[in-house]
Design a protein around this ligand. Structure first.
Ligand SMILES: CCCCCCCCCC/C=C\CCCCC/C=C/C(=O)SCCNC(=O)CCNC(=O)[C@H](O)C(C)(C)COP(=O)(O)OP(=O)(O)OC[C@H]1O[C@@H](n2cnc3c(N)ncnc32)[C@H](O)[C@@H]1OP(=O)(O)O
Ligand SMILES: Cc1cc2nc3c(=O)[nH]c(=O)nc-3n(C[C@H](O)[C@H](O)[C@H](O)COP(=O)(O)OP(=O)(O)OC[C@H]3O[C@@H](n4cnc5c(N)ncnc54)[C@H](O)[C@@H]3O)c2cc1C
Length: 624
């Protein structure tokens, strides 16, 4: 199962090696992270990032190994933005010459970059950004400026205190005309003493949800006061400004400006499955250790994992973790395929890649955030302690519902794509890829499910047809209702809640389909495929009805712990007293409690100042 989860034997081996490297290095300790002040936590992040880079160079780690090392360090920081957004933005939007110049420095960490798109006043509406980049032909420079308070850049990770450079998104103005949003490379801080360059006001935007968690990241604010940069720092693969100030389009679609977001959304699906699997691992392992109530006859207490209510709340998350993992692996393939096509100037699959990455990012991150919260409840009171690892896991993953595109905004993009496809089907065009099922409209609009028994529900063809019919009928229903509205725009707006539901149904169909396709592959290991079939059934069925699932849960229960062990997480990475591999939960909880700074003294700070006078005064009063 470890191989099925990781994708290959090689993937298991390299992940194991990197996880152990991190777990055995004292610099990467994280057990007291939630007890650090913001300043201490930030400094700890700087230290870990520098040490990780040192180890990467010393050990000549490959890109795959270095990425895993960063993943297992498990502390959000400026390096995430540098590798996941700054470098890909230059790769996707820079010319060959620009890539050579900037990536050479970025790959060696001679510069640290971030992705500065969002502003105080606009995040979702990228076209509404206000920062300006005005071309000055007299000096061959762009003047980068924040004209209003709301145009201040706001949120970019690493911007606050660390980044030396950024890809800044701004409205390009030349020859008096506004050509909309484009990307520019800007140096922000001196490479000698790290002070902000003239005209740049920059800082951190303040503490965020939860202790530890995303507070290790210095999300930043930046205002630009007529800062000049050379013309060749506009990223010029999509469009160019000539020496004379002429604006020239390339022959690539302008949507490629959003390419970095497509790339990151794809990686976020993999993050979501990992985060969900960590929460499930903690809740399942703890559920096997925790006992409450005995039989009436005075027998031993029951493992809470044996309660049917616990199983019906938890096992759909276990199944979802596997489902998201497999669809994430497929999405990575889709992204690579689209990228190769783009290189040969085939842009035909770009809309589908956008819809798939946007939709899957939305559905998997929302489900993951909800599931982590529920896993806290599934662990009872102890789940609420920082030492369970769950509060921090929740706080770190919750913003994934917002960053890289608010989930509802992205689902509306999927809905827009679906409405276009329905109208193409109506005009006789055969849809392809993940919307190919829409071509089977005659059948799917009127077919009736032949499912009667639990066993019927495990038939992949029956499951798939149910999901296809559901998704298609919801999409067609929306399209019909939109067509009755005074205008397409009004109809879309009025029906947006239904459109979001239709988009979710379509995305869930993709997830179910990719799980079924995974089961058609050669899967090694005795009983592995059988377990995955049950999980696939649980994933699909819990989305459409909750009856008849009890039998499947009972079949999964004997292997539940093994199914989470297959995630192959070290105790260091899991970071949970409740989810420990050895099950020694109570001594771990007890030990963790004594690490809290409040327990450094027996009598707390503040006793002399506030407690003692109060107690003495009350004592005096009672004696009067
Ligand atoms: C316990 C400790 C654990 C620690 C673990 C660490 C875990 C973390 C691991 C780290 C991993 C990752 C790190 C991630 C860090 C994240 C940092 C966050 C960064 C950001 O958030 S960057 C900012 C992101 N911003 C957004 O996403 C904005 C969202 N808005 C948009 O994308 C757009 O504005 C829009 C799509 C909503 C609307 O676009 P717009 O042009 O205005 O209008 P439309 O008319 O709708 O679109 C026009 C056409 O373009 C098509 N389109 C839109 N987007 C795309 C796209 N991306 N690709 C291709 N095509 C696109 C659209 O379909 C329209 O086409 P049509 O005209 O219909 O044919
Ligand atoms: C932890 C974190 C890290 C981030 N890192 C970065 C970074 O590195 N670089 C960067 O540039 N940005 C970053 N961001 C910003 C992020 O990309 C934006 O917050 C995100 O795109 C959402 O935009 P917004 O905040 O403007 O939300 P808003 O658009 O203001 O959303 C508010 C509400 O309005 C709703 N809404 C908005 N538009 C519509 C619509 N058309 N129809 C229906 N409902 C709508 C949303 O669903 C939401 O409920 C980060 C954000 C966070 C939280």
């Amino acid at each position: 199962m470890k191989v099925a989860w990781a994708g290959s034997r090689h993937a298991v081996e390299v992940a194991d090696r990197m996880a152990c490297l991190v777990a055995s290095d004292p610099v990467f300790r994280k057990d007291t992270r939630t007890m650090l002040s913001r300043k201490e936590l930030f400094k700890d992040t700087l230290k870990k990032a520098a040490h990780a880079w040192k180890r990467t160079v010393e050990l000549h780690l490959t890109e795959e190994e270095a990425n895993l090392l960063r993943l297992y360090i498990d502390q959000p920081g400026y390096v995430d933005l540098h590798w996941v957004m700054f470098v890909p933005a230059i790769k996707g939007q820079g010319t060959e010459e620009q890539q050579k110049k900037w990536l050479t420095m970025a790959y060696k960490f001679q510069i640290i970059g971030t992705y500065a798109q969002t502003e105080l006043g606009h995040g979702s509406n990228v076209q509404g950004l206000e920062t300006t980049a005005t071309f000055d032909p007299s000096t061959d420079e762009f003047i980068m400026h924040s004209p209003t308070l709301t145009s201040s850049k706001w949120w970019p990770g690493g911007l606050g205190k660390t980044s030396t450079h950024a890809v800044v998104y701004a409205r390009l103005i030349t020859e008096g005309k506004d050509y909309g949003i484009h990307g520019f490379i800007m140096q922000l801080r001196s490479l000698d003493d790290h002070s902000p360059l003239p005209g740049i006001t920059i800082g951190d935007i303040g503490g965020k949800f939860g202790s530890g968690a995303y507070n290790s990241m210095d999300n930043g604010v930046m205002r630009l006061d007529h800062v000049r940069i050379p013309r060749d720092q506009m990223l010029m693969r999509l469009a160019q400004v000539t020496r004379e100030g002429k604006y020239v389009h390339s022959d690539v679609p302008k949507q490629l400006l959003y390419g970095t977001m497509v790339y990151v959304r794809q990686t976020i699906v993999a993050d979501a499955s990992r985060a969900l699997s960590r929460a499930v691992c903690i809740a399942v392992r703890y559920g096997a250790i925790r006992k409450q109530f005995g039989s009436k006859a005075g027998g031993p207490e029951t493992q809470v994992l044996n309660y049917k209510t616990q199983q019906s709340r938890l096992f759909p998350f276990l199944a979802s973790a596997y489902a998201f993992r497999f669809v994430g692996q497929w999405l990575k393939w889709l992204y690579t395929d689209v990228t190769q096509k783009l290189e040969s100037k085939d842009f035909s699959t770009l809309p589908e890649a956008h819809a798939c990455t946007a939709g899957l990012k939305s559905v998997t991150t929302s489900a993951t955030a909800d599931a982590i919260e529920e896993c806290q409840k599934l662990c009872g009171g102890h789940g609420y302690l920082n030492s369970s690892g769950l509060p921090e896991l929740f706080a770190v993953n919750l913003p994934a519902c917002t960053y890289e595109g608010d989930n509802v905004v992205l689902l509306l993009q999927v809905a827009r794509f679906l409405m276009k496809t329905v109208s193409q089907v109506a005009s006789g065009k055969q849809p392809v890829g993940t919307t190919a099922y829409m071509g089977n409209i005659q059948h799917l609009m009127q077919c009736k499910s032949v499912v009667n028994t639990v066993e019927d529900w495990l038939n992949p063809a029956a499951i798939k047809e149910v999901f296809e019919a559901r998704a298609l009928r919801m999409a067609v229903n929306c399209a019909q209702n939109i067509s009755k509205a005074p205008s397409q725009e009004e109809g879309f707006s009025e029906l947006s809640p239904d459109l979001v539901e239709a988009a979710v149904a379509h995305v869930q169909l993709i997830i179910v389909t990719k799980f079924i396709e995974k089961l058609q592959e050669d899967i090694l290991g005795h009983g592995v495929k059988e377990q995955l079939q049950k999980l696939c059934g649980i994933y699909a069925l819990h989305l459409i009805h909750n009856e008849r699932l009890g039998k499947l849960y009972a079949q999964v229960r004997p292997n539940a712990v093994a199914l989470v062990d297959a995630f192959d997480y070290t105790d260091h990475y899991l970071g949970s007293a409740l989810g420990r591999y050895d099950g020694d939960v109570y001594s771990a909880l007890y030990k963790e409690a004594w690490k809290d700074p409040l327990n450094e003294t027996v009598v707390p700070d503040g006793y002399q100042e506030h407690l003692r006078p109060l107690l003495k005064q009350q004592l005096k009063l009672s004696r009067l």
